[in-house]
Design a protein. Structure first.
Length: 258
């Protein structure tokens, strides 16, 4: 979301600042001319963003706090996705940052009375899996996600738990292993968030196979870019974060061969 906002800010020749937890990577925003402000603890990002906007006379893009005012029926990722498949998948698998994507897909499924189910994949430290599992809309971990683009230290207003059929927790090292597998198969240097999607989709496919259930599982490649060669595809980067992806690579190969 931040990269998309930085892109349009550049088109409009407007200054753009994103507030991120300390330890996050903001080079995608900076590459587009935006500025990153890093704060600690992670939950301080919300107050800091609001305060910074007030001090600078800017606009705080907290648009998902007013999700009820959004037109979810037009021009969404859900429409793009369903336009590319011949029939409704058994499962659609997405990650959650602001929660906008999962909400759009979930609403599309229900508005059109479709039989498919929605699964959200969630990285370590994120609030979405424990919040969804416990039914606590105010759940917070207070910890930043290591997977760029998905996971949050709190349940965001844009995440609508009632639209989600399943949340699948995915180890960060598994996300790295899966991202590398996508690159091996396609040549695309995808980010770890796409790896999270793939891992969750394969887990669901294995469950369906074991139960004798037939159907399609659909997910999204949402973050391909050469800059990821310096992140999840770089051994030093993974080692520096304690992400031992090799064991998960072996398990991934088993899931794909099964």
């Amino acid at each position: 979301m931040a990269v998309a906002q930085a892109y349009f800010a550049r088109l409009l020749d407007l200054p753009y600042t994103v507030v991120m937890p300390e330890g996050s990577r903001g080079e995608g925003v900076e590459r587009l001319g935006g500025t990153c402000r890093y704060v600690h603890p992670p939950l301080a990002i919300y107050d800091e963003a609001a305060g910074l906007s007030e001090r600078l006379g800017g606009c705080y893009l907290d648009h998902y706090a007013s999700a009820a005012t959004v037109d979810w029926r037009g021009g969404s990722l859900a429409e793009e996705l369903f336009g590319q498949v011949a029939r409704c998948p058994a499962w659609i698998v997405v990650g959650a940052g602001t929660g906008a994507t999962s909400a759009a897909v979930g609403r599309h499924l229900r508005d059109h009375c479709l039989p498919g189910k929605l699964a959200v994949v969630d990285p370590e430290n994120s609030a979405y899996f424990p919040g969804w599992a416990s039914g606590a809309d105010d759940y917070a971990t207070g910890m930043p996600s290591r997977i760029e683009g998905i996971g949050r230290p709190r349940m965001e207003p844009g995440f609508v738990a009632s639209l989600v059929d399943l949340v699948v927790p995915v180890p960060d090292a598994a996300s790295v292993a899966a991202a590398r597998r996508v690159r091996e198969a396609t040549g695309l240097a995808v980010g770890a968030a796409t790896g999270t999607n793939l891992w969750g989709a394969l887990e669901l496919a294995v469950r369906m196979r074991d139960r004798g259930v037939r159907g399609e599982v659909v997910t999204v490649i949402g973050d391909a870019g050469e800059r990821h060669l310096r992140t999840c595809h770089d051994d030093a980067w993974a080692q520096g974060r304690g992400l031992d992806w090799r064991a998960y690579a072996a398990r991934l190969a088993h899931m794909l061969d099964a």
